[in-house]
Design a protein around this ligand. Structure first.
Ligand SMILES: Cc1cc2nc3c(=O)[nH]c(=O)nc-3n(C[C@H](O)[C@H](O)[C@H](O)COP(=O)(O)O)c2cc1C
Length: 312
């Protein structure tokens, strides 16, 4: 199959679609849920959903993760605050905080007199991060299958130290993402997505021509035109100047003037996930990791000589 002939379901940026297979149908229909009923999740349903995480693939079958379930209203309210006031976190019957957990493995290694350095190894971190997310996604799918719904919340990143303290995480345990879980009041339609004809490449990476690339994103965002309000344009100008200089900012302003609106890419990277701010958070995030006992983002100091066969 060539890339052009891949099914795109609904043109370049279809949403949902249908399938005779129930699992496929579930995957095509899924959408994040932010509007929850207040009713609790029965224990047996909750436990079934958690069992789906236990059976997710995980590097070396090590399962280096923990999930902290928060049901206490005061704690959920604090989570909401930590995540920039996203109220659905308080309203969901349970919020799950997914963490990389090397603490449990380290204790096991110690009890069994095994050497252990995973907190200092980037390779281990990289795998553990994936393991944690894969377990989380199994939970999302199981939850959807049992009539529940969920939404990830990445904003916990801005409050790592407070979150670790509130949830009493020992060294070696680090939060990755939060998932609010509950019964949906309503189930929104699947959102528009880029389709496989855009993101699947055959044998080697291939570029879409500029006009096609623009067209698939325009279709995904329904040709959104964001009002060029003066304060938005001023922010965009500041961000563009900081990251790419005066010339790029001047060109961007001419474009906005001619077009008469702000584009989705400008909104995403200039107003929402601000290109001038995002890398500045590196320092505090790396410090949080270090404070949690993860030395994996720095060169490893060691005193032994490696044999030739070991450095291949
Ligand atoms: C890592 C990650 C972080 C996210 N963080 C948030 C968040 O902080 N707040 C929120 O409302 N949605 C959040 N979402 C949900 C996305 O907004 C949502 O998945 C996306 O808009 C696509 O919509 P869909 O899930 O309905 O397909 C997050 C999703 C992921 C995967």
């Amino acid at each position: 199959m060539t890339r052009d002939s891949m099914p795109s379901h609904h043109g370049p940026a279809g949403s949902g679609g249908s399938h005779e297979n129930v699992t496929m149908q579930l995957l095509l229909e899924r959408a994040s849920i932010r509007d929850f009923e207040s009713r609790e999740i029965p224990d047996d349903v909750f436990n079934d959903v958690m069992r789906a995480a236990a059976h997710a693939p995980t590097g070396g079958n090590l399962q280096p993760y923990s999930i902290i379930a928060v049901r206490d209203q005061e704690m959920k309210d604090r989570l909401t605050e930590m995540c920039g006031g996203q109220r659905f976190i308080s309203r969901a019957p349970v919020d799950l905080v997914f963490c990389i957990d090397y603490h449990r493995l380290e204790r096991w290694a110690k009890l069994e007199e095994a050497p252990f350095s995973a907190r200092d190894a980037f390779m281990s971190f990289w795998i553990a991060f994936q393991d944690t997310i894969i377990a989380a996604q199994n939970i999302c799918t199981a939850a959807d299958a049992l009539g529940l719904g969920s939404v990830y919340v990445g904003s916990i990143m801005s409050s790592f130290p407070e979150l670790r303290e509130m949830l009493a995480m020992p060294k070696g345990v680090f939060p990755v993402v939060l998932l609010s879980l509950g019964y949906p009041k309503t189930r929104p339609k699947p959102r528009q997505k880029l389709q496989p004809n855009v993101f699947v490449h055959n044998e080697r990476y291939t570029e879409l021509p500029d006009d096609e690339l623009r067209a698939v994103y325009n279709a995904k965002y329904n040709h959104a035109e964001i009002e060029a309000a003066p304060e938005r344009v001023a922010t965009l100008e500041k961000v563009m100047t900081r990251v790419h200089g005066d010339g790029a900012a001047a060109e961007m302003l001419v474009g906005i003037g001619e077009r008469g609106f702000i584009t989705m890419a400008q909104r995403y990277f200039g107003l929402h996930y601000r290109a001038d701010m995002m890398p500045i958070f590196n320092e505090s995030i790396l410090k949080s990791l270090k404070d949690a006992g993860f030395g994996c983002l720095e060169p490893y100091e060691y005193e032994w000589e490696l044999d030739e066969s070991e450095v291949e």
